[in-house]
Design a protein around this ligand. Structure first.
Ligand code: PTJ
Length: 251
């Protein structure tokens, strides 16, 4: 990772690619994860590779939602594990959420490799391997979850989630926080809190907001959630892309 000079104009992008490649080599990330990464990069470029004010507001709403949750769970896939393992473990710790490996293309090998990888980065308990629960309305392998993890969660963080699965989770009554760089994608459109940002920036940003809100009263947290408008956040991101705000500020 350290071979890329930090002052390189595309440092963050090159670092990201390197981590995803290393993830594939380590058996964590799927080959489809490489394609997903390419798609994400294109959107990140159009967004100016920065956190829009609207995405920052979403991150704050996500933090308030997580702190107010009874049983929050952070769902981890092959891309998230490769890109932000430490940051994910840290966010889960700060908001007292469970970590659950949950894969679009589920294989036992990759489930275990990701759980090991998270433990190497400080996770104590990692759920997902039991697979004794199911999200209704999905083809069997796509719906497998832990009954006492995502199965019992009230709030789930699902970064880079597939649209069908995001819809099925919402139909199962879960409050969803989706992190996705494409504001037109179905999963952020399904989410109570869509964060249109790179997971590399979004996960530590949610943690920072959670630290800031740690001593806030339930009423203050509720106000943060109530003041957040998911449709306005999606529109702000679309506008930023359309108006080419990668060379200026968010309109
Ligand atoms: O590890 P698995 O089997 O669970 O598979 C994970 C992937 C991501 C491969 C799988 O869920 C998939 O195929 O996802 P999609 O349908 O390609 O959607 C990925 C979405 O994430 C796209 O909308 C991308 O724009 C977005 N994305 C990609 N990289 C990032 C991202 N969003 C935020 N941060 C990123 N770094």
């Amino acid at each position: 990772e350290t071979e890329i000079p930090e002052d390189h104009p595309r440092y963050a992008s090159l670092l990201t690619r390197h981590r995803i490649e290393a993830g594939v080599e380590k058996g964590i990330t799927s080959k489809q994860g490489l394609i997903a990464q390419g798609r994400g990069e294109a959107f990140d470029y159009l967004l100016g590779e920065r956190t829009l004010p609207s995405a920052d507001a979403a991150a704050r709403a996500a933090a308030a939602t997580l702190l107010s949750a009874e049983r929050p769970v952070f769902s981890v896939n092959g891309n998230v594990a490769a890109l932000v393992p430490e940051e994910t473990v840290e966010l889960a710790r700060v908001v007292d959420a469970d970590l659950e490996v949950n894969l679009f293309n589920r294989t036992e090998e990759r489930m275990e490799a990701i759980a090991d990888h998270l433990r190497e980065h400080g996770a104590e308990e990692v759920k997902g391997l039991t697979g004794d629960g199911e999200i209704p309305g999905l083809e069997h392998a796509r719906g497998i979850v832990d009954a006492d993890g995502i199965g019992a969660a009230d709030v789930v963080v699902v970064p880079l989630e597939d649209g069908d699965r995001a819809e099925a989770l919402a139909a199962a009554g879960k409050t969803e926080i989706v992190i996705d760089l494409n504001p037109g994608s179905r999963s952020p459109r399904t989410a109570a809190v869509p964060i249109i940002d790179n997971v590399l920036r979004a996960v530590p940003n949610v943690t920072a907001h959670a630290r800031d809100l740690a001593d806030a009263s339930p009423a203050e947290r509720r106000a943060v959630v109530d003041d957040f408008d998911p449709n306005a956040a999606l529109e702000a991101a679309e506008r930023a892309i359309r108006e080419g705000s990668f060379s200026g500020d968010e309109a």
